[in-house]
Ligand binder design. Structure first.
Ligand code: G3P
Length: 231
């Protein structure tokens, strides 16, 4: 069901823990699938864990994160095994709101690398978030499915990453495209079709959006509007 790299741009809708995830998350998955069919854009939803089974039969569904541990005595952890057993096809990793952080805030590359390796071996797609180009260079060595640049200060706001940081977005996309088969995605503050068009012009193979869809009055219209420049 997942088609990254096969001439379809990627549009990940991250439900986060917004209340709307639970009140209209299933409808959003239905809109995602219908717009994927209409525009040939791979629209993937990332709902809260308790909703994964509700959306996975409707639209391409990934988890919002996973821990690096194997099955065992790890209360409240999410393992690759659990996702695979549930039939989930992929996961975000290292989102800014759930980072593999060391005490100083930098990424714990060892743990993150373990998570990417285990998820990949289990056949899960991995979409790893980073906060800057330097982190992207390190994560590139792990060869995830995609690397997503999301500057944390722009997440949830109305100024998009592609408008505020075009030079870094371009540098990031060039680094990722030059390094391996991982795909460059960008996210944070994306609200308009113009934000998306700029992202593509700068080299992105897709986008991540949360508030722009989850908080919209008309999420179906919003998904279509944001998917259009990816078609
Ligand atoms: O993972 C996507 C997310 O962090 C971006 O959030 O609300 O700026 O679209 P938002």
């Amino acid at each position: 069901m997942l088609f990254p790299g096969q001439n379809m741009k990627i549009f990940i809708i991250n439900y986060k823990s917004y209340k709307e995830a639970f009140t209209r998350g299933v409808d959003i998955a239905k809109y995602a699938k219908s717009i994927e069919n209409k525009l040939r854009v791979n629209v993937i939803v990332a709902p809260p864990f308790t909703m994964l089974k509700d959306t996975m039969s409707i639209a391409d569904t990934i988890a919002q994160g996973a821990d690096e541990v194997d099955p065992g005595a790890f209360t409240a952890h999410v393992t690759w095994f659990e996702l695979k057993s549930a039939g989930i096809k992929g996961t975000l990793l290292n989102h800014s709101e759930k980072r593999y952080a060391r005490p100083d805030g930098s990424i714990d590359y060892e743990r993150l690398g373990e998570a990417v390796k285990k998820c990949t071996s289990a056949g899960l797609k991995t979409y790893v978030c980073v906060q800057n180009a330097e982190e992207a260079k390190q994560v590139l060595k792990m060869q995830p499915t995609a690397i997503a640049y999301e500057p944390p200060e722009l997440i949830g706001g109305n100024i998009s990453v592609s408008s505020a940081k075009p030079d870094i977005v371009k540098e990031f996309c060039d680094i990722v495209k030059g390094g391996s088969k991982s795909l460059p995605l960008i996210g944070a503050g994306i609200k308009s079709a113009d934000d998306v068009k700029k992202s593509v012009d700068l080299g992105a193979e897709g986008i991540l959006v949360a508030s722009g869809v989850m908080k919209a009055d008309d999420p179906a219209a919003e998904i279509e509007k944001l998917a259009q420049p990816l078609a």
